[in-house]
Design a protein around this ligand. Structure first.
Ligand SMILES: *[C@@H]1O[C@H](CO)[C@@H](O)[C@H](O)[C@H]1NC(C)=O
Ligand SMILES: *[C@@H]1O[C@H](CO)[C@@H](O)[C@H](O)[C@H]1NC(C)=O
Ligand SMILES: *[C@@H]1O[C@H](CO)[C@@H](O)[C@H](O)[C@H]1NC(C)=O
Ligand SMILES: *[C@@H]1O[C@H](CO)[C@@H](O)[C@H](O)[C@H]1NC(C)=O
Ligand SMILES: *[C@@H]1O[C@H](CO)[C@@H](O)[C@H](O)[C@H]1NC(C)=O
Length: 208
């Protein structure tokens, strides 16, 4: 009788990890969550106006080390947000009870490794007011919750851009969403404003 032979095909699959936005209110107290599709070498940012009293109960583990989120809730001397380099995997656990967790308004943002390594890729977290200086490249602007909450119909999160100073040959594109893993090579059609403006034919007609 012939012995059955099990053939294993090892497939090399090229994968990419897309950047992630992870709302803090999705992490509940049932245990530790392994965040999927996080690349080693990526950067983790926190955009949050939640109290450190609750952020310190949320733990991130990578490369065998753990930190609590209150330590990412601040800025470096150059006003860039503090971030954490992902070493291998990323896990999140919380000791906040689920009532507290469900009230958290902040988000985690995970870049790709390429973005983390790119000196022309920067991230800002807007809590009050920021001066943003860009030479070239991509800046991601993360909103935090508007406070104080005054009107029932006010937007939950918003940013207000003013005082743009731009040289004549510079082009600034404003896009919604976060840059995808291939943000430099695809047109994701998410530009909502451009300066200089690039009007589609017929968008504007001058009747003179
Ligand atoms: C959740 O935690 C908060 C703050 O520690 C506490 O005031 C509240 O009673 C807790 N709620 C539940 C349902 O355990
Ligand atoms: C960053 O931008 C500068 C200025 O445009 C450019 O010379 C440089 O090659 C860029 N670096 C990368 C890694 O893209
Ligand atoms: C931004 O720059 C302007 C003009 O230089 C300055 O008046 C303002 O205080 C700065 N704001 C912050 C938040 O650094
Ligand atoms: C962007 O729009 C163009 C023209 O409408 C289309 O050909 C292209 O597939 C779109 N790209 C994406 C990523 O949706
Ligand atoms: C732009 O629109 C005008 C008026 O509708 C038309 O005459 C002209 O050919 C259009 N130009 C292009 C480049 O499509």
């Amino acid at each position: 009788m012939r012995t059955p032979v099990l053939l294993l095909a090892f497939l090399a699959i090229l994968v990419h990890a897309d950047p992630l936005i992870l709302p803090l209110n999705k992490f509940l107290s049932f245990g530790t969550s392994l965040v999927k599709n996080v690349e080693p070498g990526a950067d983790l940012y926190l955009a949050s106006k939640d109290s450190d009293e609750y952020l310190k109960n949320i733990q991130i583990t990578t490369g065998g080390n753990s930190i609590t989120l209150d330590s990412l809730n601040g800025f470096n001397a150059d006003s860039s947000p503090i971030c954490l380099r992902i070493i291998d995997t990323m896990t999140v656990s919380t000791t906040n009870n689920d009532t507290i967790s469900s009230w958290l308004g902040g988000n985690l943002y995970v870049t790709t490794k390429t973005q983390a390594d790119d000196p022309n890729f920067s991230v800002y977290v807007i809590k009050t007011q920021h001066n943003i200086t860009m030479k070239s490249g991509t800046s991601v602007i993360l909103n935090t919750k508007l406070e104080p909450f005054v009107y029932i119909d006010q937007p939950y999160k918003t940013s207000y851009v003013s005082g743009i100073q731009q040289s004549k040959d510079a082009v600034v594109d404003f896009k919604w969403g976060i840059p995808s893993y291939n943000w430099q090579s695809v047109d994701t059609n998410n530009t909502f404003f451009k300066n200089p403006m690039d009007l589609k034919n017929d968008t504007y007609r001058s009747y003179v």
